[in-house]
Design a protein. Structure first.
Length: 275
């Protein structure tokens, strides 16, 4: 008998997915396996999906711990390398470390051995230059099944050029009040160039740093600050998208298909594929 799919309304899905999921969460240190950074996992589970997350320019990984923990609470292993933290961030090096993070996630048993990742269910994500680095990394391999960016910025080498080579489904969330990387020349341009199924959304009231958490001295030189509304929308859409593409979960389709005032669906090309 086919499993009945209960689809929530967009509002219901947004409210549900913006709150922590049903899984208790464990936190670990990637440095124990040779790479500085943090990893968050459900307490147990074999063959789980996973995402490697790239931090923004001058942003410590701790400013994304809430997002990583949130994804883990919904059953997604989430890890972020703490590399390239100085002002001369190399997007190429960060991209390489994102792929190394996926290797670590899929190559070893996590926790006390009760957690493993399915190599066929992995994704990349990132904020700001970390978003651009995620695009660069995705263009270099066909094992990545999904890409999520938050206020992505163009990089050197070009994330815009790399986007044309990415066939995995992509979700790009841009900040309407982004004065660091205006969407038209950054996130929107990357989404327009995307080689596979893609969705681009604009959060009208978000700033470039709206997706970060807590306070940091970089707010003195960069525009924006942590925003609760941006956290809510970013977490809900990233979770819905990753669960849809990596696990085939259909309960949150209405959220991904609906144009919201707080997350304008600017354009979408091709239907989302499951793994």
């Amino acid at each position: 008998m086919a499993r009945r799919v209960i689809t929530l309304t967009a509002k219901q899905a947004l409210e549900q997915l913006s709150r922590p999921g049903p899984h208790p969460v464990l936190r670990g240190d990637l440095a124990l396996v040779g790479l500085p950074g943090a990893i968050f996992t459900p307490r147990s589970g074999l063959g789980l999906p996973a995402v490697a997350f790239g931090h923004g320019w001058m942003q410590p990984v701790r400013r994304y711990h809430g997002l990583l923990r949130h994804l883990a609470s919904w059953g997604v292993v989430a890890a972020a390398p703490a590399v390239e933290r100085g002002p001369l961030l190399s997007a190429r090096v960060l991209a390489a470390n994102l792929l190394t993070t996926l290797d670590i996630s899929t190559g070893v048993r996590l926790g006390s051995g009760e957690i493993s990742v399915d190599p066929a269910r992995v994704a990349l994500a990132g904020h700001s230059m970390g978003g651009g680095a995620a695009v660069l990394a995705a263009s270099e391999t066909d094992r990545v099944r999904a890409v999520v960016t938050l206020a992505a910025t163009e990089t050197r080498p070009s994330a815009l050029d790399a986007a044309r080579e990415v066939r995995a489904p992509g979700l790009h969330l841009a900040a309407g009040e982004d004065r660091i990387a205006p969407p038209v020349g950054h996130a929107e341009a990357i989404a327009q160039a995307w080689g596979g199924p893609v969705q681009f959304r604009l959060l009208p009231k978000a700033s470039h740093l709206g997706f970060t958490e807590g306070r940091h001295w970089s707010e003195l030189v960069l525009d924006g600050h942590a925003e609760r509304g941006s956290h809510k929308i970013g977490r809900a859409f990233a979770t819905a998208f990753l669960l849809r593409v990596l696990t085939g979960e259909r309960a949150y389709d209405e959220l991904l298909d609906t144009d919201l005032k707080t997350a304008n669906l600017v354009f979408q090309r091709e239907a989302l594929r499951t793994r």
